[in-house]
Write a protein that binds this ligand. Sequence first.
Ligand SMILES: CSCCC(=O)C(=O)COP(=O)(O)O
Ligand SMILES: [Mg+2]
Length: 231
Amino acid sequence: MHFTGRGVLVDIEGTTSAVAYVYDVMFPFARKGIASYVAQHWDDDALASVREQFAADAGRDLATPDELTAEALRLMDGDVKATGLKTLQGLVWEAGFHSGELQAHVFADVPPALTAWREAGLDVRVYSSGSIHAQRLFFGHTEAGDLLSYFSGHYDTTTGPKREAASYTAIANAWGLAPAEVLFLSDITEELNAARAAGMQTALVVRPGNAAASPIEPPHETIESFEQITH
Ligand SMILES: CSCCC(=O)C(=O)COP(=O)(O)O
Ligand SMILES: [Mg+2]
C-alpha cells in the first residue's frame, strides 16, 4: 500500500510482534512474579497508583498484597486490558527485560521498515494496551536490539480503550496531526474500525499465529509485512 500521510501508529501484539511471545512468554513471566512483586513493593510510590487503579476498577478496596494479587490473576485469566493490571505487569516485566530473561520478539520486517520510515521523515508512534513503561522496556530490549529511538511517542489505555474512536481522536490531538494524516496498523478489526471512525487511515496486519480477524465492510486494507507500506 502507498501511504501519503505523516504519521504511523503501530499496535504491538499481533502487529510488530508475535501474539505467542506476549501470551507464552510475557504473561507467564508476569503471572509468576506478581505475588512477590506486590508483597515486596506494597508501600512503594510506584504501587500506590496501581493500588488506586485496581480499587477503582474493582469498586472495593484491595487492602492486602494477597487480595491485590488475587485480583490481578483473576483479570489476567480473562485477558482484561485494565489500566491497573497493565501498569503492574510492566513493573514486573522490568526486572526481566533488565536481566535479559525477557527479549522482545519483533517480526523480521519491522526493524528495516522503521529505518525506512525514519528516512522518509515519518513520525512513528505506538498505541498498545501494554503500559507506556512496558512499551518502552519492550522496544528497548528486542531480539533485534534497542529499537526505542525509532518511536517518538507512546499511548496506552490511559488515553482510552483501543476499541473506541475517541481514543484515536485524542491521540491525533496530542500528536498535533489531523487523523487523516495517520496510518494505524493493527491485527484487530475492532481497533481499526475505531481508528477509521476517528478519521485515520488503517491497515489490517496479518501475522503468523494471529486469530482470524472479524470481517467488516468496507474491509480494511490488508498487509502481511511492513515492507508493503511505501511512502
Ligand atoms: C508492551 S507489550 C505487552 C502488550 C500487552 O500487555 C497487551 O495486552 C497487548 O496489547 P496490544 O494492544 O499491543 O495488542
Ligand atoms: Mg494487537
